[in-house]
Write a protein that binds this ligand. Structure first.
Ligand SMILES: *[C@@H]1O[C@H](CO)[C@@H](O)[C@H](O)[C@H]1NC(C)=O
Ligand SMILES: *[C@@H]1O[C@H](CO)[C@@H](O)[C@H](O)[C@H]1NC(C)=O
Ligand SMILES: *[C@@H]1O[C@H](CO)[C@@H](O)[C@H](O)[C@H]1NC(C)=O
Length: 384
């Protein structure tokens, strides 16, 4: 291979740091600026020098500490503090002295408490911010809306109360918002309509009430995953939810949705559909039909669904289904026999007749078939 003059120069430049290292000394030069290292040591001290941060050793370069990354200029850009049961008290002060931070996580620190300090609003270079699995709570502060470069915001599994601040409308770059497992109340906030780049929206396990707002299917065209399960939402499931162009996962379990399941949910893109523990009625057999759907996991247990299952031609994509606690009648469809026993639950319905491919199900726990009208074969006595 012929090497041009420019390429030669580039190669020499790339190799140069290596020569410096070899000629200089055994110890590699610090990659992390002394100022930034001192800020982190102050953070460690404020947290009570916990053993979970023992790698934050003043005698070593902070670029090598657990959860810390620096950029080429030596500024700290990543601070990840995780899985630390020995940290007690509030979020430490002074991280605003590291304005280059792009990634900041406080995850699974059960005794981290208090509010989010207001200096966080100054860390405007943040692209990923997470406080998850802590005891931090109170209202979600308005100043988080200043973090306009955020792509990912995870405030799941904390003690946040109230609603979502209006300032969240400024988070135009957000693709992933997780507010699950808090104590949030009121309707699904209108301000979310402005997050038009959002792909993953998770509001599960809060106390949100009211209906699914129109703006979700109308404005949030990039949604891939929407998880609203285990709230107090009501009304019917909007038809347009299934028509969202990129949607793959819809999780609405554990609410008070009623009425018919819209036909639009049996669309090609949808892979995961969770509708259990609602008050849905009528015929949902189309969700199972071959040719209709690419659904892999279908959970509709604990509703008021009522239809004949006998002649449903089960979609080959289906790998898990839970239809328990409904009023589904007829017999189990033929294609049922290919499902694996640990991926089904048809208990508490009105089903009757032979369990298809019964020999495969001979040794399974009969609870997955229990409380039907007259199923036979499989774990039960043979059919007459
Ligand atoms: C923040 O990010 C911008 C764009 O990447 C960069 O030019 C700037 O230097 C960063 N600010 C700090 C304080 O590092
Ligand atoms: C810290 O959190 C753990 C786990 O949640 C809990 O059992 C423990 O009591 C807490 N300790 C203090 C001092 O709060
Ligand atoms: C099926 O769904 C019902 C209702 O949500 C639930 O109680 C049951 O545990 C589920 N079965 C399995 C095997 O997960």
């Amino acid at each position: 291979m012929k090497m041009g003059y420019n390429q030669l120069i580039v190669s020499l430049l790339l190799l140069f740091p290596l020569f410096v290292d070899l000629s200089n000394s055994q110890a590699s030069p610090d990659l992390c600026l002394p100022h930034d290292k001192n800020v982190l040591l102050g953070v460690k001290k404020a947290l009570g020098n916990p053993s979970s941060l023992s790698s934050w050793d003043p005698n070593t370069d902070c670029a090598g500490w657990n959860g810390i990354r620096c950029n080429i200029q030596g500024h700290v850009v990543t601070v990840i503090i995780e899985d630390a049961e020995d940290i007690h008290g509030p979020i430490p002060p002074s991280l605003d002295q590291l304005p280059s931070i792009t990634t900041l996580y406080f995850n699974r620190i059960p005794n981290l408490s208090g509010p989010i300090p207001s200096y966080i609003g100054k860390l405007t270079n943040l692209t990923e911010f997470s406080i998850s699995g802590t005891n931090v709570g109170g209202p979600i502060p308005e100043f988080l809306g200043q973090l306009t470069n955020l792509n990912q915001l995870d405030l799941s599994s904390n003690k946040f109360t109230g609603s979502v601040p209006n300032s969240f409308g400024q988070l135009k770059s957000l693709t992933n918002l997780d507010l699950s497992s808090n104590l949030l109340t009121g309707p699904i906030p209108d301000v979310l309509a402005q997050l038009t780049n959002i792909q993953l929206l998770t509001l599960s396990s809060n106390k949100f009430s009211g209906q699914i707002p129109d703006f979700i299917p109308k404005k949030l065209k990039n949604l891939v995953v929407i998880q609203l399960n285990f709230n107090s939402l009501s009304g019917s499931i909007p038809v347009s939810l299934g028509l969202m162009p990129k949607i793959q996962t819809i999780a609405l379990a554990g609410n008070q949705f009623k009425g018919l399941v819209p036909k639009s949910l049996a669309r090609g893109n949808l892979n995961f559909l969770y509708l259990s523990q609602n008050k849905l009625t009528g015929d949902a057999s189309f969700l199972f039909e071959k040719g209709n759907t690419n659904i892999l996991i279908l959970e509709v247990g604990d509703n008021l669904l009522k239809f004949d299952f006998t002649n449903v031609d089960l979609a080959p994509s289906l790998s898990r289904m839970n239809i328990s606690h409904n009023m589904i009648y007829g017999s189990l469809p033929k294609g049922f026999g290919r499902l694996t026993p640990d991926s089904i639950d048809v208990s508490y319905n009105q089903l009757c007749g032979p369990i298809p491919n019964g020999r495969r199900f001979k040794r399974v726990d009969p609870v997955i078939f229990a409380h039907n009208k007259c199923l036979c074969g499989g774990p039960f006595p043979g059919c007459k």
